[in-house]
Write a protein that binds this ligand. Sequence first.
Ligand code: NAD
Length: 248
Amino acid sequence: MKFENKVVIITGGTRGIGLATAKAFLKEGAKVVVCGSRKESVDNALNELNNEFPSSTIRGISPLLSSLESVKNEFKKVYDEFKRIDVLINNAGVSDDHHVENYTEELANKIIDINIKGVLFGSLAVIPYMKEAKSGVILNTSSMVSRDGTTGGVMYPTSKFAVNGMTLSLARELAKYNIRVNAVAPGITYTDMMRAVPKEYIEPLISSIPLKRLGQVEDIANAFIFLASEEASYISGQVLHVDGLART
Ligand code: NAD
């Protein structure tokens, strides 16, 4: 039990990579708080997690990630209950595939709000607690597209380059408080969204990946577990690519 009594907050924890990561931390004894944008998705995730881990401590919150005040208020409730926040995983994200000429101000703002401001505001909301504890781990979900960009949906890779930049800079700025900051950059990962993609699209995709399979959500969760653990206590400012060596 690597995370017994530790408190872990996961944004975008209600499905996909975030939900798998919540399960991985629960298996390791952590108290887990999942964040989702809607109360209904939080309730569904809590039902699933409570069924699978009936004796664990699990909570759900719905901060508005684009509002620093909202994130601070919701995270304060977590701190008030548990008197600690050990790990924050800034995982919520929205992707996009619009052609650049079809971009609107609204779409650009949506991606910036969730993928960039959300990561910053989550971090700002935990720093005071981690600073006081002289220890903490902040992990961000980046993407394989943060290395090579993509054709289409320009603000998505742009936002993930920003996540990498924030990871490196916050790691430097927060090292003096013994707060480590790293990112995991998933490749194409098999989530609910991928289940709907027809076989004829998936197969060429798989053959283009040197390790010849899609990522599973557990592959990404394992990377988060490692980076949050004591085994990674001398690792900060890294972007760990978990992508089967895929390149966009
Ligand atoms: P998903 O769509 O299954 O989950 C996204 C999560 O983000 C959900 O829990 C959702 O509630 C949350 N979210 C979305 N919009 C939100 C909002 N407005 N406010 C609060 N929360 C919001 O996707 P996923 O594939 O599990 O993605 C998780 C992270 O992994 C994202 O940051 C994504 O960019 C990244 N990623 C995914 C892949 C992949 O292939 N699945 C690849 C690279 C990176």
